[in-house]
Write a protein that binds this ligand. Structure first.
Ligand SMILES: [Fe+2]
Length: 169
């Protein structure tokens, strides 16, 4: 079963359909879900790297990763509560969250440079997924959903800039 099929099955089993919900296109639904579970995994990965960082850049990367994962906690809360407004439920099993995430899990013993380059690529991925949310949301006039996704894109764009600058890319 693919991750997307897993999501679809979850939609069918857990969501109550009403008149309002039926207006929301399936693609918006899937885009929000992929963004939410991927953001959850990126938060966890950044948090783990905040703990596991070693080396001469420990202090600055420990602090930078700390700022990023705490920001992502607030983002997740905002995004997921908005999904509840749209009558979507958050996936409750961690294994399902990982299954539907679109980024690789944290590596066991990465160097500090590898941590930064992985998080750079993961933050770019989040921006791609959130852009899908914006595009899908505006097709069905869900401008609040689009606004929230755009706010998150701005924040992750800032993270991309910082991580890229650290790597001198
Ligand atoms: Fe900490």
């Amino acid at each position: 079963m693919t991750a997307l099929q897993a999501v679809s099955r979850w939609f069918e089993s857990d969501i109550s359909h009403d008149k309002y919900f039926k207006k929301i296109m399936d693609e918006l639904y899937e885009a929000l879900h992929k963004s939410q579970t991927t953001l959850f995994c990126l938060m966890q990965k950044t948090w783990v790297y905040h703990w596991n960082i070693i080396g001469s850049d420990f202090f600055q990367l420990h602090e930078a990763f700390g700022d990023q994962y705490t920001t992502m906690q607030s983002e997740l809360d905002r995004l997921t509560e908005h999904m509840r407004y749209l009558r979507m439920k958050a996936i409750s099993q961690i294994s399902r969250v990982v299954e539907t995430s679109e980024i690789p899990e944290a590596s066991a013993n990465p160097t500090d440079k590898l941590m930064v380059s992985q998080l750079l690529s993961d933050n770019k991925k989040i921006i791609d997924l959130l852009t899908e949310v914006v595009e899908s949301a505006e097709k069905v006039n869900q401008y609040t959903t689009s606004n929230i996704a755009q706010d998150l894109i701005e924040t992750h764009g800032k993270f991309v800039w910082m991580l890229r600058s650290f790597l001198k890319e």
